[in-house]
Design a protein around this ligand. Sequence first.
Ligand code: FRU
Length: 317
Amino acid sequence: MIDRRIFGLGLGVSLAGGLAACGGSKNAARWRLGFSQVTTTEPWRVLFSREMREAAAKHPEIALTIADGQDRTEKQVSDVEAFIRQRVDLILISPKESAGLTGAVEAATAAGIPVIVLDRGVNTEAYRQFIGSDNLKIGRMAGDYAVGLLGGKGKAKGRMVEIWGGMASTPAQERHKGFAEAADAEPGIVRLVDRQDADWKQDRAYNIMASALKAHPAIDLVYAHNDPMAYGAYLAAKDVGRQGEMRFIGIDGIPTEGAKWVKDGALTATFVYEPPGAEAIEQAMRILHGEQVPKRIELGTQVIDVGDVDAFLATHA
Ligand code: FRU
């Protein structure tokens, strides 16, 4: 799955604050699709939206509108409500958080509009399909990797910091849970900092890490729920000359961020979190053509570390 994707942000287009339509022209198109994207500022999100726009552009019979939720639940709720009022033919949503967007998804479904939920989950089954990578599995892979770094199963020893993505979102909860299954089974792994929510942001992770560095004279491992936060933690350690003392693990693995930071030696490993934009359009077309689709589509993942970063970048840049 991963290999057929074109990573890279060279053509990234920002949608600051607005709506943008693509695909068929609005009047000519047979179907109108509305995508409520949580935010368009982070590179992983930009790539996700871009791949969706590129896939939509191949279908003149659809017109895709992307609404930028500006990283705010209320804005995203009103974006979905607007799509419902406009009676679009299909709604796609990648929600900021699960509880806050559950009602909007239920309302769209109740209005008879098929909904595809992308990447982050909601607390209802009232949608047609979910598409995303398995975050529990990614968390487990990261946990096993961390145990390996710290000495191996049954022998691992080390002091660690975990930096959370948005705690109200399913990827953060699952990335924590999967990791904890491996790491917390090791009596030698000590958690110094836990349950610190940096909401996926590099600058917030920097601040959490700066405090952790002041409080703890020795740290062996930092696990952050995405690459921007892992890199923020790395920068905080670097600024006090302590980056060599510990390893940093992140998640996302896009060529312009995580994979590059592995290549540069800032991160020890990252795990690919495949953006679901292109797959979402493929599935939307099936739904619009009246086909039955599976309730859940799982996208792939893979670890990227020093052993394979060159090969990864060669095929994905
Ligand atoms: C981008 C992001 C990614 C992360 C995903 C989780 O907004 O924070 O870095 O993997 O969302 O939903």
